[in-house]
Design a protein around this ligand. Structure first.
Ligand code: TYM
Length: 336
């Protein structure tokens, strides 16, 4: 492997979120909270993946507003620019360029197996090639920066496994070029379910009332959604995803926020009704999100500063990406 110009002392993490609006507590507990909690351990790069967002139709008037919103939420949640770079995917053209090179070594059959493609394409009238190719761009994102770890929610595990397969194939065919990354999935909060239907994943794209807890929902809306959450008639507080998915989802949210053990949490709620559980979870969610919202609205007063941060961070890390892209081009025989 060619030497890095800026080889970090700490191991590197890379992750990203799509700027498709309405970030929710699943994005926070499955990804963002863990990025913040672990940021001092690693050298981190966090991306706003606008090129992934356009794999399904987006309103061009809204897209950049959502990019800025995600950047401000990263910072409001506690991402520190001392430990992390925060940038926009389309601002570094090496992502698109490497994705093309990886396309040429990725068998279609590997992409046909991706469950997220199957789910998402079933919801679209016309499916763009970009949606099919989405995991290859995601692989490019990760390996351009020699990331060792990819902290994500459970739904992205298959994509990171595919990234590993693509790297192994490329390195095998053209010589050691890329680091093989590992997925990091949190113990609690890796798969937050919809409050209205705890058998399906909480999703940004659902606009059903009471489905998700959005990071920018006011406290009364958060409380109402939790108090109305679907549970069951067993009147028994237990972690049992199969038979009590609604109660288990609320307990999981509480566990991910408090970082307490299952046993400790059950001790707190055993013998108490679902009303008490919901009220306690609502208080914990509101206490977590209120300070984030305050920081977000403060930052939103000065969008020029956010734009400047995104530009400076992209300028700082672009050489890392260009260096790895050049190594891939050389190994493929495209460059001397
Ligand atoms: P996206 O934007 O769908 O989700 C962002 C992050 O939130 C996690 N997540 C959840 N975690 C728990 N429960 C949920 N209900 C839930 N919904 C979403 C996701 O697992 C993710 O960590 N393909 C990625 C973006 C991406 C990326 C990358 C990630 C592009 N390139 C490179 C890592 C590395 C995505 O669509 O995330």
């Amino acid at each position: 492997m060619t030497d890095q110009p800026t080889q970090p002392i700490k191991k590197r993490t890379f992750s990203g979120i799509q700027p498709t609006g309405n970030l929710h507590i699943g994005n926070y507990l499955g990804a963002l909270k863990n990025w913040v909690d672990e940021q001092e351990k690693y050298d981190n790069i966090f991306c706003i993946v606008d090129l992934h967002a356009i794999t399904v139709p987006q309103d061009p008037q809204e897209l950049y507003r959502h990019v800025r919103e995600v950047a401000m939420l990263y910072l409001a949640c506690g991402i520190s620019l001392e430990h992390c770079a925060v940038f926009v995917q389309s601002h570094i053209s090496a992502h698109s360029e490497l994705a093309w090179l990886l396309n040429c070594v990725t068998p279609m059959g590997w992409l046909e197996r991706m469950t997220q493609f199957k789910d998402k394409s079933a919801k679209q009238e016309s499916v763009g090639t970009g949606l099919f190719d989405y995991p290859v761009l995601m692989a490019a994102d990760i390996i351009l920066y020699d990331a060792h770890y990819v902290p994500v929610g459970e739904d992205q595990k298959q994509h990171v496994e595919l990234t590993r397969d693509i790297v192994l194939r490329f390195n095998n065919l053209y010589g050691e070029t890329f680091v093989v990354p590992e997925v990091l999935i949190p113990k609690a909060g890796a798969r937050v379910m919809g409050l209205d239907d705890p058998t399906s994943k909480m999703s940004k794209s659902s606009d059903k009332v009471g489905h998700s807890l959005r990071l920018l929902d006011p406290p009364n809306v958060l409380k109402k959604s939790i108090m109305r959450a679907t549970t069951d008639s067993l009147n028994n507080v237990a972690f049992d995803r199969e038979n009590q998915p609604g109660v288990t989802n609320l307990l999981g949210i509480y566990q991910a926020i408090t970082r307490r053990s299952e046993e400790d949490i059950l001790n707190e709620f055993t013998g108490k009704g679902y009303g008490h559980l919901k009220k306690t979870v609502a208080e914990a969610v509101i206490a977590t999100l209120e300070p984030i919202q305050q920081r977000y609205y403060d930052m939103a007063k000065d969008p020029a500063t956010i734009d400047q941060i995104l530009k400076e961070n992209a300028d700082r890390i672009r050489p890392i990406a260009e260096h790895r892209l050049l190594a891939a081009q050389q190994n493929l025989g495209l460059r001397k």
